[in-house]
Design a protein around this ligand. Structure first.
Ligand code: ADP
Ligand code: MG
Length: 696
C-alpha cells in the first residue's frame, strides 16, 4: 500500500470503486444522477449504500456520518454506527439507502441568521451524489447539503452547486451559438493555493492569544523579520519536511492531489497547491486540506496557524483561488485559441469576466470580508481592498485595439476584428507575474487573490460563478436575437471593453498612487468588513442572486446577519483575551521585574551611597510610565467594550467594533509591545516573536 498509485484515492468511494462494486444498472443510474442532477430511486440508493458500507467495513470502518458545511465556515459531522442488533443477540453491520440519502442532525446551534426560529430548529442533510464519499478517522463520510425545514439553504454547499448549475446554463447558451454540438456541460474549475504558518506546539500553548484567537495580540518586532526574504523558496527544514510528507500522504489517500509545496516570504510560512478540479470537489478538498493540515501538525509537535494575520509586521496568509471554465469535452474556455472563431469565443468569455468583476466589485469584496482578512487587505503585503483586474500588457493592447477599431499588429493596417482576426499567442510568462493584483489573468485562468487563508472557497466561488453567469446571460440575450452574429459579437466585445476598462489595471496594486487613481476611476474601496457588508443586501445584489436562483432574499439577509455576528464575536473574543493577558500576565510580570530592579537599587545603595543606580532607577521610571499607560488604555478598552453593548443593531455594532474597539486595542498593544523590549526575557510571560518564528 505504499506506492503512490495504490495510495492515491484509497480512502475514496470514487468512480473506479463504484464501477467495480456496483451492479451495471445501479452504476448507470447513479451516473445519470451525478451528471444530470436527476433524483435517485430509493432501490438504487439501497444498493449504493450497501456497497459503500461493505467497502468501508473492509477497511475497518464502523461508523458513518453525513458530512456538511454549515455557515461556520468549517465542516460538521455527526457519527452514527453501522451496528444494528440482530434477532439472535448478535449484531450486523447495516446501512440503508434512506440513511445514505437523508439525515437529521440535531443542528439547532449552527448559525442560521434567524432562518430557523427556535420552535423550528430542525435541519436536514441530504446526500450530494456529485461528490464522492470518503473515509476519514475510521468513519465513512457522506458529503451532504444542509437545509432547513422550510427548504432554505443553511450551508455553503447548496448555493455553490446552484451557482455552478446556473453558470453552466448560461455558458451553454453561448457555446450553442458557436456551434459546439458535442458539448453538454460547462464546469467551473478551481485550484486553491493555501498559505499557512507552522509553529512549535509547546510555545503555542504558552500564548492565550494564539489559543483563543488564532493570532497574536501582542508581540514586539523581532531583531530579524522577513526583510532578508531568505525564507522564500528556501530549503525546507527537516521537521517541516517530515510534516509535509505525512500531510501529502494523508491528502493523497483522500484523492487530493497536493502537488507543490514551498516556503513563503515570511519566516515559518509555507504554501500548498493542489491540482485543480471541479469547484464542488475543490471546495470539499480545501476544507479537508485545512482540517488535515492541523491534525498532522500535532503529530510533529507543531501547530498549523491558518489565521490571516498571526503576527503583526510579518506577511499574513491568503488563499489564491485559481478559477476557470471548461467543457465536458476538455476545452478550457479561458484559453486563447488558434483560429479567429476560437479567439472570438475566448474574447467573449474574457469580456464577460471583465464586465462581471466591474459591475460586482462589491460582491467580490464581500466574499473575502472577515475580521481576520481585514488585517491583510489594503496592508502593504496583500492586494488592496480595491478590486481590479490584471490582464498583462499584450492582452490589454489587443483589447485596446478592438475598442478603438485600430490594428494590433504594427505591420498590418487592418483594424482588429473579433471573429475575423487571430489574436497572437502570448507567452504565459508575460501574463503571469503581477503578484500585487487582486484578480489576475494568468494565461488560461483567473487568479482571485484576496481570499483569506481560513476561508471556505465556497463564498468567493458562488459570487464569481453568479456574476459571470449574469454577464453571459446578457450576452446571450443580445447574440441569440442578432441577425448578423459576427458583427453583433464584435460590437459586444468592443462595447464591453469600452464600458468596463476602468477595472483593468496592470500596475503595482500595493502603491498608494493606485488607490488615488482607483478613486478617480470610480472604483469602490470598501476598506473594512463593516464597510463592505451592507452592499450584500443592496437592491442590485439581491436582484442578481434571486434572478439566478442562487439565494432567496431571506437567505441573503440571514447570511448578512451571520457575517456581522461572526465579525463582532471575533473581535469581542480578541478584546476579552487582550484584557485577560494584560491583567493576569503582563502587568504582574512587569511588577515582578520592577520589584527586582528596585530591590537591586536598594541593595546597591546599602553597600555604598556612591554606587551608580541609574540603570535601575531609569528602567523603573521608564517601565512605570509605560505600565501606567498600559493600565489606563486597558481600562479604556474595557469601558469601550461595555459601551458597545448599546448598539442599536448588528450593523451599528460592527461599525462600532471597527471604528472604536479596534483602535482602542491598538492603544493597548503599543505600550505592551514597548514593555516587551525592555523587560527582562525571563520575566516576560509569553514566548516572543523571535522564538515563535525561528524555533523550528
Ligand atoms: P503558478 O501560478 O505557480 O505558475 P500554475 O499556473 O501551474 O502555477 O497553477 C497554480 C494553481 O492553479 C494550481 O493549483 C493549479 O492547479 C491551478 N490551475 C491551473 N489551471 C487551472 C484551471 N484551468 N482552472 C483552475 N485552476 C487551475
Ligand atoms: Mg498563486
Amino acid at each position: 500500500m505504499n506506492s503512490m498509485p495504490a495510495l492515491f484515492g484509497s480512502m475514496v468511494f470514487n468512480d473506479a470503486i463504484m464501477r467495480e462494486r456496483l451492479p451495471k444498472e445501479t452504476y448507470r443510474a447513479l451516473k445519470r444522477t451525478m451528471d444530470s442532477g436527476k433524483k435517485l430511486d430509493v432501490n438504487v440508493a439501497n444498493v449504493v449504500a450497501n456497497a459503500m458500507k461493505d467497502w468501508a467495513v473492509e477497511k475497518g470502518v464502523t461508523h458513518f456520518t453525513h458530512w456538511f458545511q454549515p455557515m461556520t465556515g468549517i465542516t460538521a459531522e455527526k457519527h452514527d454506527s453501522f451496528i444494528s442488533p440482530a434477532a439472535d443477540g448478535t449484531v450486523i453491520m447495516e446501512f440503508s439507502g434512506k440513511e445514505l440519502v437523508k439525515g437529521e442532525p440535531d443542528a439547532s446551534s449552527f448559525p442560521s441568521g434567524g432562518l430557523r426560529a427556535t420552535f423550528e430548529a430542525r435541519g436536514y442533510t441530504a446526500w450530494d451524489p456529485t461528490a464522492y464519499a470518503f473515509i476519514k478517522d475510521n468513519t465513512l463520510c457522506i458529503p451532504t447539503v444542509f437545509y432547513s425545514y422550510s427548504g432554505e439553504a443553511l450551508d455553503k454547499k447548496t448555493p455553490l452547486m446552484r451557482s455552478m448549475e446556473e453558470l453552466n446554463r448560461q455558458a451553454m447558451r453561448i457555446l450553442k451559438l458557436f456551434g459546439h454540438e458535442d458539448v453538454t456541460r460547462v464546469i467551473t474549475t478551481v485550484g486553491p493555493e493555501q498559505e499557512y504558518f507552522l509553529i512549535d506546539k509547546a510555545l503555542y500553548e504558552q500564548r492565550k492569544d494564539l489559543i483563543f484567537c488564532g493570532r497574536t495580540l501582542f508581540g514586539a518586532k523581532p531583531p530579524k523579520g522577513q526583510e532578508m526574504e531568505d525564507h522564500y523558496f528556501g530549503a525546507i527544514k527537516p521537521r517541516v519536511a517530515a510534516y509535509m510528507k505525512e500531510l501529502n500522504e494523508e491528502l493523497w489517500k483522500l484523492g487530493i492531489l497536493a502537488k507543490t509545496e514551498h516556503n513563503e516570504v515570511a519566516p515559518a510560512q509555507h504554501e500548498l497547491a493542489p491540482i485543480f478540479t471541479n469547484t464542488n470537489t475543490a471546495t470539499d478538498h480545501n476544507q479537508l486540506t485545512m482540517e488535515i493540515m492541523k491534525k498532522v501538525a500535532a503529530h510533529h509537535g507543531l501547530v498549523c496557524l491558518l489565521h490571516e494575520k498571526p503576527f503583526a509586521g510579518i506577511n499574513g496568509s491568503g488563499k489564491h483561488n485559481n478559477w476557470s471554465l471548461s467543457t465536458n469535452t476538455g476545452l478550457n474556455l479561458l484559453e486563447p485559441g488558434d483560429s479567429p472563431k476560437d479567439n472570438a469565443q475566448f474574447l467573449l468569455f474574457l469580456a464577460s469576466v471583465i464586465k462581471a468583476v466591474d459591475e460586482y466589485q462589491d460582491l467580490l469584496r464581500i466574499s473575502v470580508a472577515s475580521a481576520g482578512n481585514d488585517h491583510r487587505l489594503g496592508a502593504n503585503e496583500a492586494p488592496p481592498a480595491v478590486v481590479s483586474i490584471f490582464l498583462g500588457d499584450e492582452l490589454t493592447d489587443i483589447l485596446e485595439a478592438i475598442e478603438k477599431g485600430e490594428s494590433y499588429d504594427s505591420k498590418s493596417r487592418e483594424e482588429m476584428k473579433v471573429g475575423v482576426h487571430v489574436i497572437p499567442r502570448f507567452a504565459k510568462d508575460t501574463t503571469d507575474r503581477n503578484r500585487t493584483s487582486p484578480f489576475a489573468f494568468t494565461g488560461n485562468k483567473f487568479e482571485f487573490r484576496m481570499l483569506g487563508s481560513t476561508f471556505s472557497i465556497s463564498g468567493p466561488n458562488i459570487v464569481l460563478n453568479t456574476i459571470v453567469a449574469e454577464a453571459l446571460a446578457q450576452f446571450a440575450d443580445v447574440l441569440e436575437s442578432a441577425s448578423d452574429f459576427q458583427a453583433a459579437m464584435h460590437d459586444l466585445v468592443r462595447d464591453t471593453i469600452k464600458a468596463h476598462k476602468r477595472i483593468i489595471f496592470n500596475g503595482n496594486g500595493y502603491a498608494d498612487e493606485w488607490i488615488k487613481e482607483a478613486e478617480s476611476r470610480g472604483l469602490l474601496n470598501l476598506k473594512t468588513t463593516s464597510d463592505a457588508l451592507p452592499c450584500f443586501v443592496s437592491e442590485k445584489n439581491v436582484s442578481l442572486f434571486t434572478k439566478h436562483g442562487i439565494f432567496t432574499e431571506t437567505e441573503i439577509h440571514s447570511r448578512y446577519e451571520i457575517l456581522l455576528e461572526n465579525y463582532c464575536k471575533t473581535i469581542n473574543i480578541e478584546v476579552l483575551s487582550m484584557l485577560d493577558m494584560v491583567k493576569k500576565d503582563i502587568l504582574p510580570a512587569v511588577s515582578a521585574y520592577v520589584k527586582d530592579l528596585s530591590k537591586t537599587a536598594l541593595q546597591k545603595k546599602a553597600l555604598s551611597a556612591e554606587i551608580d543606580c541609574s540603570v535601575e532607577t531609569d528602567l523603573v521610571a521608564k517601565i512605570s510610565t509605560l505600565s501606567a499607560a498600559l493600565y489606563k488604555n486597558t481600562e479604556a478598552l474595557e469601558n469601550a467594550l461595555l459601551a458597545g453593548k448599546n448598539a442599536v443593531d448588528s450593523q451599528a455594532e460592527a461599525n462600532y467594533y471597527t471604528h472604536t474597539l479596534l483602535p482602542a486595542m491598538q492603544e493597548v498593544r503599543i505600550p505592551a509591545d514597548e514593555l516587551e523590549t525592555i523587560v527582562g526575557e525571563k520575566y516576560w510571560p509569553f514566548p516572543t516573536y523571535g522564538k515563535l518564528l525561528y524555533n523550528i
